[in-house]
Design a protein around this ligand. Structure first.
Ligand code: MSP
Length: 508
């Protein structure tokens, strides 16, 4: 079975982790948890982007060295991911030696290929984006492109830079990139986001600067160390560094190429610069780029600069860890923008978690206690619910493979809805104990067992609780698809425990 290596962007450490960072990280976590259920060797990487002018300036403002500054913030990301139950296998910091080795190796290969050359550069630069902009891209205070001096993303003034830089000859790669994408039409998803990247390539590619002499906080070019590499060449290489590029051939063989989860704001760097850099260096291109939209607050991208930052850890206090994870995964199709509101969070929680899953688990345990002496009956091999279970699995598997958690969860919730409907139709709570009640309850328990497995990538703690309450041994995360979801796996004869409500209803 081929391996699955999923990456998130590495986050800038000029700010503490916010909901926007949590968004992509939770999606990567759920996708990799699903992959592990299928038995594929799986690696999930996240980390922090620690070099560059933006960080250097943030450290200066804080009155500490850049190293001390990043040493303080990087662990806050790791700690936030711990609290969000993120099962990353590795956490890379671009200040680590393994990363520096990989960056030097990639730079040297591109230089040896003749695709990096010295030139003079003058241009307008947004420090927040770490990106040069041309006059027609800059905007006015009213947001009109071509009529101002403000960064189009941050609406703040750009800075004028002029210096001797090394350039990556991106302009040479237009045809090669278009050819490659033509041969790999599903490499970028969703399609509309991939088309934006193809549009960037077709509109013509400019060489881009990869080094500075004025910058101190970064990795020196191996052949000309008074130049320090520019932030994107450094940052992108993390994906290779974490699998031993330049240091551990076996590790690299085992995992590369990767599936990159990225936000729509970093498409140019990931879908244009990065594949060109890899082509130049003779490295295999990524398997896939899954391009996400933004989680907006009041219609705006969340960012420190906009002052609309929502701390994910505060939300967990209100809605619970799995309630929050579920909202992030279920609310918006991956690739589209979502608008975060507290009302939306509570509404989603109450309908899908409190009323559907929570209610199903509670009523099953109550009826089993009253009518089956608290012992779960075996399911009926010919249950009418078995078809719903099969559909839930095949549809959710297809959607996880498409990297569409919201649709995968909707398919899973289809089984919850079918099971609740089956119970309402049969009303076992009104019937006398006996084979009819046992059959209905055995079917409901089997459906819950399958739901626990299928929902475990999204709500791992709750899935394990359901698993234990219906009397299943071991860990739900250790089950293997597809066998584990074949109808009839619930053995019957196990003690069923009611416990506290999984998701108490929340009043606004
Ligand atoms: N350090 C670079 C990425 C380098 S990857 C080799 C960077 N960092 S970032 O911290 O600014 O943002 C990283 C990612 O987080 C981006 O893809 C961005 O889209 C995502 N998000 C940041 N805020 C977000 C939202 N409000 N909503 C969804 N994702 C957002 O760019």
């Amino acid at each position: 079975m081929s391996s699955t290596y999923v990456t998130t962007p590495i986050y800038y450490v000029n700010a503490e982790p916010h909901l926007g960072h949590a968004y992509t990280t939770i999606i990567g976590d759920a996708i990799t948890r699903w992959s592990r259920l299928t038995g594929a060797p799986t690696k999930f990487l996240t980390g922090t982007d620690e070099h560059g002018l933006k960080i250097q300036q943030a450290a200066e403002a804080a009155g500490v060295s850049p190293q001390a500054f990043t040493d303080d913030i990087a662990p806050k990301f790791a700690a936030a991911w711990d609290k969000l139950n993120i099962a990353n296998d590795d956490f890379i910091r671009t200040t680590e030696p393994r990363h520096k080795v990989a960056v030097a190796e990639l730079l040297q290969r591109c230089y040896d290929a003749g695709d990096i050359e010295l030139d003079t550069f003058a241009g307008k630069y947004c420090v927040a984006c770490e990106e040069y902009y041309s006059d027609d891209e800059l905007v006015s205070a009213e947001g009109v492109a071509g009529e101002g001096e403000l960064c189009p993303i941050h609406q703040r003034p750009v800075e004028y830079f002029e210096e001797e830089n090394y350039f990556f000859r991106l302009s040479r790669f237009q045809d090669r990139l278009l050819d490659w994408y033509a041969k790999h039409p599903t490499a970028m998803t969703p399609e509309h986001r991939g088309n934006e990247a193809l549009g960037l390539i077709r509109s013509g590619l400019r060489d881009f600067s990869i080094s500075r002499t004025s910058l101190e906080w970064g990795i020196p070019l191996p052949w000309d160390p008074k130049h320090v590499t520019y932030v994107w060449f450094d940052a992108l290489t993390n994906y290779l560094a974490a699998v031993g590029f330049g240091s551990d051939d076996q590790d690299y063989e085992d995992w590369w190429p990767a599936i990159h989860l990225i936000g729509k704001d970093i498409v140019r760097q990931h879908c244009v610069y990065w594949p060109a850099m890899l082509m130049s260096a003779g490295v295999e291109l990524p398997k896939r780029w899954a391009i996400g939209g933004w989680l907006l607050v009041g219609g705006e991208k969340m960012s420190k600069t906009s002052g609309n930052v929502v701390n994910p850890l505060d939300l967990i206090d209100d809605i619970g860890l799995d309630g929050f994870r579920y909202y992030v995964l279920a609310e918006t199709p991956y690739g589209s923008d979502g608008d975060f509101t507290y009302e939306g969070l509570v509404a989603r929680y109450n309908s899908d978690l409190a009323n559907n899953l929570g209610n199903l688990a509670a009523r099953v345990a109550t009826v089993v206690a009253k009518k089956c002496d608290g012992v779960g009956p075996a399911p009926d091999p010919d249950s009418p619910l078995s078809a719903a279970a099969e559909t839930a699995y095949t549809e959710s598997a297809a959607q996880w493979a498409e990297l569409q958690p919201s649709r995968a969860l909707d398919a899973t919730w289809g089984l919850i809805r079918a099971t609740n409907a089956h119970l309402e139709q049969n009303e076992p709570w009104k019937a006398d104990p006996g084979p009819d009640v046992d059959r209905v309850m055995g079917d409901a328990l089997e459906a819950l067992r399958i739901v626990a497995i299928l929902s475990s990538p999204a709500i791992p703690d709750t899935a394990q609780t359901v698993w234990e309450r219906i009397g299943m041994p071991g860990q739900v995360a250790d089950q293997h698809l597809p066998d584990a979801v074949t109808w009839g796996g619930y053995p019957g004869g196990a003690d069923v425990v009611k416990g506290d409500p999984l998701f108490p209803r929340i009043k606004l």
